[in-house]
Design a protein around this ligand. Structure first.
Ligand code: SF4
Ligand code: SF4
Length: 187
């Protein structure tokens, strides 16, 4: 969600000049990277022929607990989707914690092909409400301060976020909304 890519917002470009952005994780915290579904991975591979962009990560207890926090009330389903002893794919990062798809001009993947989590950040859903994470490194959050202004900074809106969130749920194997019929399983 960064930088100088022509379809990225101005605030993301400026964010990349100031600090770590959402495309970097603290080195050593890789197990907390969001999971990547098979469909998302294959879509990226089709458009960015790139070796070494993905890593198989064990479904550690800390990872699963973290995902459970994103989906309160759906913990049983999350534990079913990410069973202990199995693995999931995530984006590969370098020794500094930087995503392997982050190039000098920003994300090498065009917006529409990026993982849904990247496209959603820093937004999420709480029930039917769009919310934002309190990420201290997100310049859009720091400058915007309120949900409406952060959405505006990032050239987004609530309808887009709701749509992306629903798509992420489906592609991660969750029903389209909490409590709906479970339609897809497994990474
Ligand atoms: S895929 Fe692109 S937007 Fe997502 S973390 Fe990597 S560089 Fe950032
Ligand atoms: S952290 Fe926020 S402002 Fe920075 S690149 Fe990501 S979404 Fe944009």
């Amino acid at each position: 969600m960064t930088v100088n890519h022509t379809d990225d917002s101005d605030v993301c470009r400026r964010c990349s000049l100031q600090g770590p952005t959402c495309c970097r994780i603290v080195a050593g915290q890789e197990e907390f990277c969001f999971p990547l579904s098979k469909v998302e991975k294959e879509r990226i591979q089709e458009h960015v022929p790139y070796t070494g962009g993905f890593v198989l990560e064990p479904n550690s207890k800390a990872f699963v607990d973290n995902i459970c926090r994103l989906f309160p009330g759906e913990e049983d389903l999350i534990r079913e989707l990410f069973p202990e002893g199995k693995e999931h794919f995530r984006l590969a990062v370098d020794t500094m914690g930087t995503c392997r798809f982050l190039g000098p001009g920003g994300c090498e993947i065009v917006q529409e092909m990026r993982p849904y989590y990247c496209r959603l950040f820093p937004f999420w859903m709480a029930g039917t409400d769009v919310i934002h994470f309190d990420s201290p490194t997100c310049l859009a959050r720091r400058e915007g301060r309120t949900l409406v202004r952060i959405l505006k900074c990032l050239d987004s809106n609530k309808a887009t976020i709701k749509d992306l969130y629903g798509r992420l749920r489906l592609i991660w194997g969750l029903p389209p909304r909490k409590g709906a019929c479970h339609v897809k399983k497994g990474f």
